[in-house]
Design a protein around this ligand. Structure first.
Ligand code: XBP
Ligand code: MG
Length: 255
Protein backbone atom coordinates (compact mmCIF):
# COMPACT_ATOMS: atom_id res chain seq x y z
CA UNK A 1 0.00 0.00 0.00
CA UNK A 2 1.60 3.26 -1.13
CA UNK A 3 1.38 6.75 0.42
CA UNK A 4 -1.90 8.21 1.69
CA UNK A 5 -4.46 9.07 -0.95
CA UNK A 6 -6.12 12.01 0.81
CA UNK A 7 -8.56 13.05 -1.87
CA UNK A 8 -9.73 12.73 -5.46
CA UNK A 9 -11.15 15.71 -7.37
CA UNK A 10 -13.43 14.73 -10.25
CA UNK A 11 -14.24 16.85 -13.26
CA UNK A 12 -17.87 16.53 -14.39
CA UNK A 13 -18.40 17.20 -18.11
CA UNK A 14 -16.82 14.52 -20.22
CA UNK A 15 -15.38 12.76 -17.14
CA UNK A 16 -18.06 11.58 -14.68
CA UNK A 17 -20.78 12.04 -17.28
CA UNK A 18 -21.03 12.00 -21.07
CA UNK A 19 -22.67 15.43 -21.21
CA UNK A 20 -21.32 17.55 -24.04
CA UNK A 21 -22.43 16.01 -27.33
CA UNK A 22 -26.07 15.22 -26.55
CA UNK A 23 -26.50 17.41 -23.45
CA UNK A 24 -24.87 20.83 -23.53
CA UNK A 25 -24.66 21.09 -27.34
CA UNK A 26 -28.37 20.33 -27.74
CA UNK A 27 -29.23 22.82 -24.98
CA UNK A 28 -27.16 25.56 -26.66
CA UNK A 29 -28.90 24.92 -29.99
CA UNK A 30 -32.36 25.00 -28.41
CA UNK A 31 -31.45 28.30 -26.75
CA UNK A 32 -30.41 29.79 -30.11
CA UNK A 33 -33.74 28.56 -31.51
CA UNK A 34 -35.67 30.07 -28.58
CA UNK A 35 -34.02 33.43 -29.33
CA UNK A 36 -34.84 33.02 -33.03
CA UNK A 37 -31.12 33.10 -33.90
CA UNK A 38 -29.77 31.24 -36.97
CA UNK A 39 -26.84 29.61 -35.14
CA UNK A 40 -26.65 25.82 -34.72
CA UNK A 41 -23.61 23.94 -33.41
CA UNK A 42 -23.10 20.60 -35.17
CA UNK A 43 -21.14 17.86 -33.40
CA UNK A 44 -17.82 18.71 -35.09
CA UNK A 45 -18.07 22.46 -34.61
CA UNK A 46 -18.92 21.90 -30.96
CA UNK A 47 -15.79 19.81 -30.49
CA UNK A 48 -13.69 22.83 -31.48
CA UNK A 49 -15.75 25.21 -29.33
CA UNK A 50 -15.11 23.01 -26.27
CA UNK A 51 -11.61 24.43 -26.02
CA UNK A 52 -13.29 27.54 -24.55
CA UNK A 53 -14.42 26.39 -21.10
CA UNK A 54 -17.54 27.88 -19.54
CA UNK A 55 -20.80 27.99 -21.50
CA UNK A 56 -21.30 31.76 -21.42
CA UNK A 57 -17.72 32.38 -22.55
CA UNK A 58 -18.23 29.81 -25.31
CA UNK A 59 -21.35 31.64 -26.55
CA UNK A 60 -19.65 35.04 -26.30
CA UNK A 61 -16.60 33.87 -28.22
CA UNK A 62 -18.77 32.35 -30.93
CA UNK A 63 -20.96 35.46 -31.27
CA UNK A 64 -17.81 37.61 -31.52
CA UNK A 65 -16.57 35.37 -34.33
CA UNK A 66 -19.94 35.92 -36.07
CA UNK A 67 -19.31 39.66 -35.88
CA UNK A 68 -21.84 40.45 -33.16
CA UNK A 69 -20.68 43.72 -31.51
CA UNK A 70 -19.55 43.63 -27.87
CA UNK A 71 -22.35 45.98 -26.80
CA UNK A 72 -24.93 43.44 -28.06
CA UNK A 73 -23.08 40.40 -26.76
CA UNK A 74 -22.87 41.85 -23.24
CA UNK A 75 -26.62 41.31 -22.95
CA UNK A 76 -27.20 38.45 -25.38
CA UNK A 77 -24.58 35.98 -24.09
CA UNK A 78 -25.80 35.91 -20.45
CA UNK A 79 -29.43 35.74 -21.59
CA UNK A 80 -28.71 32.86 -23.97
CA UNK A 81 -26.67 31.09 -21.31
CA UNK A 82 -29.44 31.36 -18.71
CA UNK A 83 -31.89 29.93 -21.24
CA UNK A 84 -29.45 27.13 -22.13
CA UNK A 85 -28.93 26.27 -18.47
CA UNK A 86 -32.68 25.87 -17.94
CA UNK A 87 -32.91 23.58 -20.97
CA UNK A 88 -29.97 21.52 -19.76
CA UNK A 89 -31.71 21.01 -16.41
CA UNK A 90 -34.68 19.58 -18.32
CA UNK A 91 -32.33 17.27 -20.24
CA UNK A 92 -30.81 16.15 -16.94
CA UNK A 93 -34.33 15.37 -15.62
CA UNK A 94 -35.09 13.45 -18.84
CA UNK A 95 -32.01 11.29 -18.18
CA UNK A 96 -30.28 12.34 -21.42
CA UNK A 97 -26.91 12.64 -19.65
CA UNK A 98 -25.43 9.32 -18.50
CA UNK A 99 -22.75 8.47 -15.98
CA UNK A 100 -19.70 6.94 -17.66
CA UNK A 101 -19.32 3.18 -17.09
CA UNK A 102 -17.13 2.32 -14.11
CA UNK A 103 -17.27 5.79 -12.53
CA UNK A 104 -19.77 4.74 -9.82
CA UNK A 105 -17.69 1.75 -8.72
CA UNK A 106 -14.52 3.85 -8.39
CA UNK A 107 -16.47 6.43 -6.35
CA UNK A 108 -17.86 3.66 -4.13
CA UNK A 109 -14.40 2.14 -3.62
CA UNK A 110 -12.87 5.51 -2.71
CA UNK A 111 -15.72 6.35 -0.33
CA UNK A 112 -15.36 2.89 1.23
CA UNK A 113 -11.72 3.67 1.97
CA UNK A 114 -12.52 7.08 3.47
CA UNK A 115 -10.87 9.06 0.66
CA UNK A 116 -12.24 12.61 0.37
CA UNK A 117 -14.36 13.11 -2.74
CA UNK A 118 -14.62 16.45 -4.50
CA UNK A 119 -15.98 17.89 -7.72
CA UNK A 120 -14.00 20.50 -9.65
CA UNK A 121 -16.02 21.62 -12.69
CA UNK A 122 -16.31 24.69 -14.90
CA UNK A 123 -20.03 24.05 -15.25
CA UNK A 124 -22.78 26.13 -13.56
CA UNK A 125 -23.88 25.10 -10.06
CA UNK A 126 -27.59 25.07 -10.99
CA UNK A 127 -27.35 22.05 -13.29
CA UNK A 128 -24.28 20.48 -11.65
CA UNK A 129 -26.04 19.96 -8.30
CA UNK A 130 -29.20 18.73 -10.04
CA UNK A 131 -27.16 16.23 -12.09
CA UNK A 132 -25.15 14.95 -9.10
CA UNK A 133 -28.37 14.48 -7.10
CA UNK A 134 -30.12 12.66 -9.95
CA UNK A 135 -27.30 10.64 -11.52
CA UNK A 136 -25.02 9.91 -8.50
CA UNK A 137 -27.48 10.07 -5.58
CA UNK A 138 -25.48 7.69 -3.31
CA UNK A 139 -22.27 9.70 -3.48
CA UNK A 140 -21.62 12.07 -0.58
CA UNK A 141 -19.32 14.77 -1.89
CA UNK A 142 -17.08 16.51 0.62
CA UNK A 143 -16.71 19.52 -1.68
CA UNK A 144 -18.34 20.69 -4.92
CA UNK A 145 -16.60 23.56 -6.72
CA UNK A 146 -18.34 24.90 -9.84
CA UNK A 147 -17.84 27.65 -12.40
CA UNK A 148 -19.97 29.92 -10.19
CA UNK A 149 -17.32 29.76 -7.45
CA UNK A 150 -14.35 30.97 -9.50
CA UNK A 151 -13.35 34.02 -11.50
CA UNK A 152 -11.04 32.16 -13.88
CA UNK A 153 -11.98 28.89 -15.57
CA UNK A 154 -9.81 25.97 -16.72
CA UNK A 155 -7.02 25.88 -17.84
CA UNK A 156 -6.64 28.29 -14.91
CA UNK A 157 -6.00 26.23 -11.74
CA UNK A 158 -8.48 28.18 -9.56
CA UNK A 159 -11.15 25.44 -9.58
CA UNK A 160 -8.66 22.93 -8.17
CA UNK A 161 -6.84 25.22 -5.74
CA UNK A 162 -10.23 26.22 -4.32
CA UNK A 163 -11.23 22.55 -4.02
CA UNK A 164 -8.03 21.85 -2.04
CA UNK A 165 -8.72 24.79 0.26
CA UNK A 166 -12.31 23.73 0.85
CA UNK A 167 -11.11 20.17 1.56
CA UNK A 168 -8.95 21.74 4.25
CA UNK A 169 -5.80 20.43 2.60
CA UNK A 170 -2.59 22.43 2.83
CA UNK A 171 -1.38 21.45 -0.64
CA UNK A 172 -1.59 19.02 -3.59
CA UNK A 173 0.20 16.12 -1.87
CA UNK A 174 -1.93 12.98 -1.73
CA UNK A 175 -4.57 14.33 -4.12
CA UNK A 176 -5.38 13.10 -7.64
CA UNK A 177 -7.49 14.90 -10.23
CA UNK A 178 -9.56 12.89 -12.71
CA UNK A 179 -10.18 14.91 -15.87
CA UNK A 180 -11.13 14.40 -19.52
CA UNK A 181 -9.64 17.36 -21.39
CA UNK A 182 -6.42 19.18 -22.22
CA UNK A 183 -7.77 22.31 -20.48
CA UNK A 184 -8.58 20.32 -17.36
CA UNK A 185 -5.17 18.65 -17.35
CA UNK A 186 -3.46 22.03 -17.73
CA UNK A 187 -5.46 23.37 -14.75
CA UNK A 188 -4.55 20.38 -12.59
CA UNK A 189 -0.86 20.63 -13.48
CA UNK A 190 -0.86 24.38 -12.82
CA UNK A 191 -2.20 23.53 -9.35
CA UNK A 192 0.66 21.03 -8.89
CA UNK A 193 -1.74 18.09 -8.84
CA UNK A 194 -1.31 14.52 -10.10
CA UNK A 195 -3.79 14.03 -12.94
CA UNK A 196 -5.39 11.03 -14.62
CA UNK A 197 -7.14 11.76 -17.91
CA UNK A 198 -10.14 9.65 -18.95
CA UNK A 199 -10.60 10.68 -22.57
CA UNK A 200 -13.84 10.65 -24.54
CA UNK A 201 -14.69 11.02 -28.22
CA UNK A 202 -14.25 14.80 -27.98
CA UNK A 203 -10.97 14.87 -26.05
CA UNK A 204 -9.01 11.85 -27.32
CA UNK A 205 -7.16 14.23 -29.66
CA UNK A 206 -6.37 16.87 -27.03
CA UNK A 207 -2.80 17.70 -26.01
CA UNK A 208 -2.40 15.46 -22.96
CA UNK A 209 1.33 15.76 -22.51
CA UNK A 210 2.11 15.80 -18.79
CA UNK A 211 -0.76 13.55 -17.74
CA UNK A 212 0.21 10.93 -15.14
CA UNK A 213 -2.05 8.42 -16.87
CA UNK A 214 -4.35 8.50 -19.90
CA UNK A 215 -7.10 5.90 -20.33
CA UNK A 216 -10.21 5.77 -22.51
CA UNK A 217 -12.59 4.90 -19.69
CA UNK A 218 -12.91 4.07 -15.99
CA UNK A 219 -12.79 0.46 -17.01
CA UNK A 220 -14.05 -2.65 -15.37
CA UNK A 221 -13.57 -6.39 -15.28
CA UNK A 222 -13.15 -8.39 -18.52
CA UNK A 223 -14.71 -6.79 -21.62
CA UNK A 224 -15.32 -3.56 -19.74
CA UNK A 225 -11.55 -2.98 -19.49
CA UNK A 226 -10.38 0.48 -20.57
CA UNK A 227 -7.45 0.98 -22.94
CA UNK A 228 -4.34 2.50 -21.38
CA UNK A 229 -3.30 5.21 -23.87
CA UNK A 230 -0.34 6.65 -21.94
CA UNK A 231 1.35 5.39 -18.76
CA UNK A 232 4.52 7.47 -18.42
CA UNK A 233 5.31 6.09 -14.97
CA UNK A 234 4.75 2.44 -15.99
CA UNK A 235 2.31 2.40 -13.08
CA UNK A 236 1.06 -1.02 -14.13
CA UNK A 237 -2.40 0.31 -15.06
CA UNK A 238 -4.51 -2.58 -16.41
CA UNK A 239 -7.77 -1.30 -17.82
CA UNK A 240 -9.53 -0.27 -14.63
CA UNK A 241 -9.13 2.81 -12.46
CA UNK A 242 -8.86 1.73 -8.83
CA UNK A 243 -7.95 3.43 -5.56
CA UNK A 244 -4.69 1.47 -5.44
CA UNK A 245 -3.78 2.54 -8.97
CA UNK A 246 -4.32 6.20 -8.01
CA UNK A 247 -2.14 5.63 -4.93
CA UNK A 248 0.54 4.10 -7.11
CA UNK A 249 0.39 7.07 -9.48
CA UNK A 250 0.89 9.42 -6.53
CA UNK A 251 3.87 7.37 -5.36
CA UNK A 252 5.39 7.44 -8.87
CA UNK A 253 4.69 11.12 -9.40
CA UNK A 254 6.15 12.10 -6.02
CA UNK A 255 9.51 10.39 -6.66
C1 XBP B 1 -16.76 21.89 -19.14
C2 XBP B 1 -17.30 23.20 -19.51
C3 XBP B 1 -18.65 23.57 -19.06
C4 XBP B 1 -19.74 23.06 -19.95
C5 XBP B 1 -20.86 24.05 -20.05
O1 XBP B 1 -16.92 21.67 -17.81
O2 XBP B 1 -16.61 23.94 -20.12
O3 XBP B 1 -18.66 24.90 -19.01
O4 XBP B 1 -19.32 22.74 -21.23
O5 XBP B 1 -21.44 24.26 -18.81
P1 XBP B 1 -15.95 20.68 -16.99
P2 XBP B 1 -21.96 25.72 -18.43
O6 XBP B 1 -14.96 21.53 -16.29
O7 XBP B 1 -16.85 19.95 -16.03
O8 XBP B 1 -15.33 19.75 -17.98
O9 XBP B 1 -22.79 26.18 -19.59
O10 XBP B 1 -22.73 25.54 -17.19
O11 XBP B 1 -20.74 26.57 -18.25
MG1 MG C 1 -14.44 18.05 -18.60
Amino acid sequence: MSGPLRGVVFDVDGTLVDSERHGHRVAFNRAFEAFDLPYRWDEITYGDLLHTTGGQRRIDGYLAAQGVPESERAELAPALHACKTGILEQLVDEGVIEVRPGAQSLLDELAGEGVALAVGTTGSRRWVERLLRRMLPTVSWDVVVTGDDVTARKPDPEVFTLALRRLGLDGPAGVVVVEDSGEGLAAARAAGLCCTVVVNSYTAGHDLIGADLVVDGFGGPGPAAAAVLADPWQSGAEGILTADLLRNLLRCASK
